[in-house]
Design a protein around this ligand. Structure first.
Ligand code: URA
Ligand code: ZN
Length: 382
């Protein structure tokens, strides 16, 4: 769909109800007050956390941020660690409440003022939440899928990497994948736990190692396990959007394919070569560099060549991998360290899209907004 709109698909909110829940807690995750400044303490092993304020929960602040950066539409998601720390009954009721809150956050927000040929386009849409915690009943999770599917402004759901406690290759998730596929909801897969922090050594490097390396590697592992368990063979219409341009999966996909081919346990398990499944993914364009974006789109573009049983000429080779990549900011995270008009984290991601060698003007417009309008079918209902 041709579009000049800028759509942010990776942008978070700690809804007021969720922020209150974190304030009420004395163990991580929590919000604490230190010298009159609230701090968010959420990551494993962190002690003092990071300063937080209205940017994290106030809708007006989200809209101001969008205006400042020329963002027309945001698809907003609750940030990590979602409901992972709650009991099944708490997670169930909190998911339903937060989904209602997010639907209201979006539906009572403004419309895009620009005239478009779309029916109605709001400025805010959302990814709902599922109560994915150990020992919850499948029915409780399916109730939340149904709730999200019926909420006009919720276009998908955000999910961490733990599933029901055993990861995303757990067969117990099959009825949930099935319901999500049937409801045509987009799953936004987002990291929180990183990898074993003993790898980070003893030096104080702030949040750099867990965020720059741990987060993307967590996403890589979770998506790989999902692929290896055959989820895409069983649910081929599932639409999965990976955070941070798929972590390191694009870089490692041929190595993964080779390891599968040489492994007697796994070699015949999947219908396709691992590289084929890469082409089924949607990736945000939160990579901060044009070379990385170009590389990732090349990896996505070649997927059709790896459809088993298809000859190269007849395989569904994609014309451009960029049609599966979508602009994001990760707001309210990565604020500038000193006051600037525009956030560097946003400008870098926009510049990266603008400067990819080999992307046409239309490809760039699609990554900035057109792909999101198609993926989320924005403007067609609501
Ligand atoms: N830090 C987080 O904890 N979450 C994000 O999504 C980004 C940075
Ligand atoms: Zn994020």
């Amino acid at each position: 769909m041709a579009s000049k709109l800028l759509v942010d698909v990776h942008t978070h909110v700690y809804l007021p109800r969720y922020a209150s829940l974190l304030r009420s807690r004395s163990s991580v995750p929590k919000i604490v007050s230190l010298n009159n400044q609230e701090r968010l303490v959420i990551l494993p092993n962190e002690t003092t956390g990071r300063p937080v304020g209205a940017q994290y929960w106030d809708r007006d602040e989200k809209l101001k941020f969008m205006d400042r950066h020329g963002i027309d539409v945001s698809v907003v998601s609750t940030a990590n660690p979602w409901l992972d720390f709650l009991t099944p009954s708490e997670a169930h009721s909190t998911a339903l409440e937060l989904n209602n809150d997010l639907e209201e956050y979006c539906s009572t927000g403004p419309n895009v003022s620009q005239t478009t040929n779309l029916d109605v386009l709001k400025r805010l849409y959302g990814f709902g939440l599922l109560p994915l915690v150990p020992e919850i009943s499948t029915e409780s999770v399916l109730e939340a899928v149904k709730q999200i599917a019926g909420a006009p402004h919720l276009k998908g759901l955000i999910m961490g990497t733990r599933g029901l406690g055993k990861g995303l290759d757990d067969e117990a998730l099959d009825p949930i994948w099935s319901a999500i596929e049937e409801a045509e909801l987009v799953v936004f897969l987002h990291p929180h736990y990183g990898v074993d922090s003993s790898a980070w050594g003893e030096k104080d490097n702030g949040h750099v190692l867990p965020l720059a390396l741990g987060f993307p590697f967590e996403t890589t592992t979770a998506a790989t396990r999902l692929i290896l368990s055959g989820v895409f063979d069983r649910f081929p219409r599932l639409r999965l959007l990976l955070a941070h341009s798929g972590g390191t999966l694009p870089q490692l996909s041929s190595r993964l394919a080779s390891c599968i081919d040489h492994d007697p346990v796994v070699a015949t398990r999947l219908k396709h070569d691992a590289r084929y499944y890469l082409g089924k993914l949607y990736l945000d364009a939160v990579a901060y560099g044009s070379e990385e974006l170009g590389f990732v789109s090349d990896v996505l573009a070649r997927a059709g060549r790896y459809e088993k049983g298809a000859h190269q000429e007849t395989a569904t080779v994609r014309s451009a991998g960029s049609d599966r990549m979508l602009f994001g900011t990760d707001h309210p995270f990565f604020p500038p360290l000193s006051a600037t008009e525009k956030w560097r984290s946003v400008v870098e991601n926009l510049d990266a899209i603008e400067n990819v060698q080999g992307w046409s003007a239309a490809d760039k417009d699609a990554v900035r907004g057109g792909n999101a309008l198609s993926l989320f079918k924005l403007g067609s209902k609501a």
